[in-house]
Design a protein around this ligand. Structure first.
Ligand SMILES: [Zn+2]
Length: 128
């Protein structure tokens, strides 16, 4: 039990340490094309966090656990929520980009991913 808590904290800390440089770079954002390297990395990070969160939730559901933070325990429903969330996040980021709010555009994927990372750490800590 104690080792699970210890393992979850580096996951969250590692994510925060990964986000901080992105936040610092967000202060220097110049006009750019939407699908540039920084956005590609940001969306890859948020997509990966969603995938890991979904796989972990899927495995937990297979072993009799219940999703506590969503309104459904359906595996396909949760997948749809994840994919829809990614599409919504991309649309919001594109809207921010078009309105020249590039700093918000840059940090959005990391802010959204924090929810997944906390969910992953929580599930890992409370797994059976
Ligand atoms: Zn932009």
């Amino acid at each position: 039990m104690l080792t699970k808590g210890i393992a979850a904290k580096p996951l969250i800390l590692g994510f925060v340490l990964m986000v901080l440089p992105a936040l610092a770079k967000a202060q220097e954002v110049q006009p750019h094309t939407f699908w540039d390297k920084a956005n590609t990395i940001g969306f890859a990070v948020s997509g990966a966090a969603k995938i890991v969160d979904w796989v972990q939730t899927y495995q937990s559901l297979e072993h009799g656990s219940h999703e506590k933070w969503m309104f459904t325990n359906s595996r396909l429903g949760l997948l749809g929520i994840g994919l829809g969330g990614q599409a919504l996040q991309t649309g919001i980021a594109y809207g921010l980009h078009r309105r020249e709010h590039h700093k918000l555009e840059r940090v959005l994927p990391y802010i959204v991913s924090l929810g997944n990372v906390v969910g992953i750490a929580y599930s890992y800590r409370h797994r059976n």
